[in-house]
Write a protein that binds this ligand. Structure first.
Ligand SMILES: [Zn+2]
Length: 105
């Protein structure tokens, strides 16, 4: 079984969130490059991100989901409660904790 790099996440939080998203679509994910406790100093400087690996035959599908994720993340949304601007990756308002309401498609 061939595993291919599908996405380079900026950090392990994003990597795990993406992993969960892909797994909910039935796509198996492996992570690499994640800094382990005590091993940080041993990682090369260009290996600070976390790479998501998927099986080769799932790669196209995985990339479609990832592209959709990226387009969501890059868009900001306004809180219906307090009007605060929130980044697309947030599901609740960072200011008041109100849940995100999808107003456009
Ligand atoms: Zn708010």
């Amino acid at each position: 079984m061939e595993w291919k790099p599908a996405y380079k996440a900026a950090n392990s939080l994003e990597a795990h969130s993406l992993k969960g998203m892909l797994e909910s679509q039935g796509i198996g994910v492996r992570l690499s490059g994640e800094a382990l406790n005590g091993a940080v100093g041993e990682l090369p400087a260009d290996q600070t991100g976390v790479t998501l690996w998927v099986e080769e035959y799932r790669l196209t599908l995985a990339k479609e989901h990832l592209a959709r994720y990226e387009s969501q993340v890059s868009s900001v949304w306004l809180c219906t409660q307090c009007g605060e601007e929130n980044e697309g990756s947030f599901e609740i308002c960072w200011q008041c904790g109100e849940e995100r309401v999808e107003t456009r498609h």
